[in-house]
Ligand binder design. Structure first.
Ligand code: C2E
Ligand code: MG
Ligand code: MG
Length: 613
């Protein structure tokens, strides 16, 4: 295209001046053109364009000066050159060429006006017209082709832009939504929260965060596989979305955790109702790959602006409240209040101190006697953990044992308890209580690593005790997590000769039937049923029913938390076999317990003696 333009200019020039000098000018011009092509061949685009345009304009100038001045056909080549300069070069080349052309025209006009040159206007002929038309056609087509290319370029650029825009939107969607459920993710959740908070400020509503955590998602994932877990989450998302209003948002927080953002009218019961219906929705039956699956959820709420306005802080608070709901037995909800925060802060501090306490052997075992109600004999002592503090106080096991369980320290701690308790039992046996036995509490976590039997055997061996000297207390919750692995371990432990007692009976599922599977020999009725025994007919009949059922299954019953004579007599009349409680003694440290045991045995021996007289 450029070559055609140049040829046309050359032709125009040659027609404009048909003299010898014209030939020389055109020859010089063509040499310059060759130089321009040389540059172009070596990809020196700017040098080539500059040489081409400067030489052409000089050639046109020379032709005009030697020909018809400003009326020379050569002048027609100027606009074409300016167009090429604009297209091929930068702003610099374009402006310099334009100025150069203007100066040349002014100069030619000045030369003519001063009479220095005499324009020689040729008479018009058909070849002139043809050459003028050739110039126009070539220039016109060149510009047309250029503009068409530019238009094409613009169109493809527009398409590219659209594609980029589409993928930008997609990337933004992916970055803001969860892949599996297509719900807004935590990041986008924060933006939605801030938006909702701003509109709540104008409407006078408060903004609630409801933190939902599924209670038993992991076992489903483990048992049915991840695909089933994913399916469950999708179905649950559908179910939860259905009950939400337009201003309420459901967010996938991660794993099996969801968050609901909901504006709440002041002084209304909306929050309770919403929490309640979310929990109900989670507790539905889901059909996953032809299997009926049920889950439940624990839910915690926090409220803006009451509990703060920062999204992350509120999430943390709702999470703390959710944990409280879990502690309250799951499948329920709890609202955040400051006391929960304090408790979790204390827990965190305690957790930090737990590991060094274990390595520095700060823990102690206290022992509480367990008494045969008919004979009054103490055959067993229960070992109970204590954590003495520098100020002389003791942290009770209810506070730190769950932390040790959560942090994985319970195995180490539990091993220490079994060994220490066995050592103390052996010591008492050597001190004149040859049949005394020891009961230790076990946590479910101690069954997880499969080391329990080894721990028990080596503790007994080190202390030189027979397996019958050891009783293992398991809570009902451990039996609910009934797995074959636990059952096997318990079977081999009872085969060894250690006995098994079910602790805190009545606080969990209280299903006597599964006790058989665990080779238990004793049932410890929880303190909460024993303390009100004398005032509550209901508790009395409950305790009586437990005792009767246990005896029909061949299990002995132990009443926990006997504090007075009246309760003791009531339990004896109901047929309870064994008792434990402050009535005889609080849990005592080793020396105090040894002294207590000595006195107690002496007293009961003399009582028995006097009653036999
Ligand atoms: P538990 O096994 O049911 O222990 C009985 C709890 O009742 C003990 O509380 C004991 O001090 C208390 N108690 C006994 N008689 C009475 C009474 O007449 N009145 C009142 N008010 N309380 C009485 P403690 O020592 O605070 O232990 C609490 C729980 O901590 C234990 O309940 C047990 O589940 C757990 N625990 C204690 N030591 C260990 C341990 O070494 N390992 C594990 N995994 N858990 C332990
Ligand atoms: Mg116990
Ligand atoms: Mg108990």
């Amino acid at each position: 295209m450029q070559i055609c333009g140049v040829c046309a200019l050359g032709l125009a020039a040659s027609l404009a001046v048909a003299r010898n000098i014209t030939f020389v000018i055109i020859s010089v011009g063509l040499c310059c053109l060759l130089a321009a092509f040389g540059f172009a061949y070596r990809h020196k685009v700017l040098a080539s364009a500059s040489t081409l345009l400067v030489s052409l304009s000089s050639m046109l100038f020379a032709l005009a000066v030697t020909g018809a001045g400003l009326f020379d056909i050569a002048v027609l080549g100027y606009p074409t050159m300016i167009i090429f300069a604009a297209i091929l070069g930068g702003v610099g080349l374009f402006l310099s060429l334009l100025s150069f052309v203007i100066l040349q025209c002014i100069f030619i006009a000045w030369l003519s006006l001063q009479g220095i040159i005499t324009p020689n206007v040729p008479s018009i002929s058909w070849p002139h017209l043809i050459f003028i038309l050739v110039i126009f056609i070539v220039t016109g087509f060149s510009v047309y082709i250029l503009v068409r290319d530019i238009k094409r370029l613009m169109l493809s650029l527009h398409h590219e832009n659209q594609k980029v825009e589409q993928s930008r939107t997609r990337i933004q969607h992916l970055a803001h939504h969860d892949n599996l459920t297509n719900l807004p993710n935590r990041l986008y959740g924060e933006a939605l929260f801030n938006q909702s908070l701003a509109s709540c400020e104008t409407t006078g509503k408060s903004l609630a965060l409801l933190f939902i955590d599924l209670d038993n998602f992991k076992p489903i994932n483990d048992a049915l596989g991840h695909a089933a877990g994913d399916q469950l989450l999708k179905l649950l998302t559908q179910q939860l979305s259905e009950i939400l209003m337009p201003q309420q948002y459901l967010i996938r927080f991660g794993g099996d955790e969801f968050l609901v953002i909901a504006p709440i009218a002041p002084d209304s019961d909306e929050l309770n109702q919403l929490a309640h219906s979310l929990i109900l929705q989670c507790a539905s039956v889901f059909n996953i790959f032809q299997t009926q699956v049920t889950v439940s959820a624990s839910l915690g709420t926090a409220n803006a602006p009451k509990d703060g306005t920062d999204f992350k802080q509120l999430c943390r608070k709702a999470d703390i409240a959710m944990y409280k709901a879990k502690q309250d037995g799951r499948n329920t909800y709890h609202h955040y209040d400051e006391s929960l925060d304090k408790a979790s802060e204390n827990k965190f501090k305690m957790l930090q101190l737990l590991r060094p306490a274990l390595s520095e052997q700060q823990f102690e075992l206290h022992y509480q006697p367990i008494v045969e109600l008919q004979s009054g004999d103490i055959n067993t002592l229960e070992a109970l953990l204590r954590w003495p503090q520098p100020d002389g106080s003791m942290i009770p096991p209810d506070l730190f044992v769950p932390l040790a369980e959560g942090s994985g320290l319970i195995n180490e701690l539990g091993t220490w308890v079994v060994r220490q308790a066995c050592q103390f039992c052996a010591k008492l046996r050597r001190q004149g209580h040859p049949n005394i036995r020891i009961a230790v509490n076990l946590s479910v976590m101690q069954f997880k690593d499969g080391q329990l039997q080894h721990t028990v055997e080596s503790a007994l061996y080190e202390a030189g005790l027979p397996p019958e000297a050891l009783e293992l207390e398991l809570t009902e919750s451990l039996l609910i997590d009934e797995t074959e692995q636990i059952q096997q371990q318990l079977a081999s432990l009872s085969q060894l000769g250690t006995t098994i007692a079910i602790d805190d009976f009545g606080t969990g599922y209280s299903n006597l039937v599964y006790l058989r599977n665990f080779n238990a020999t004793k049932l410890k009725i929880d303190r909460s049923f024993i303390s009100p025994l004398c005032f509550s007919k209901h508790d009395e009949s409950l305790v009586e029913a437990i005792i009767n059922m246990a005896s029909s299954l061949g299990l002995k019953t132990v009443a926990e938390g006997i504090e007075d004579e009246v309760t003791l007599q009531k339990l004896i009349s109901l047929g309870c076999d064994i008792g434990q409680g402050y009535y005889w003694s609080k849990p005592l440290p080793e020396d105090a317990l040894a002294a207590f045991l000595m006195n107690y045995c002496a007293e009961t021996a003399s009582l028995k003696l006097s009653s036999s007289d």
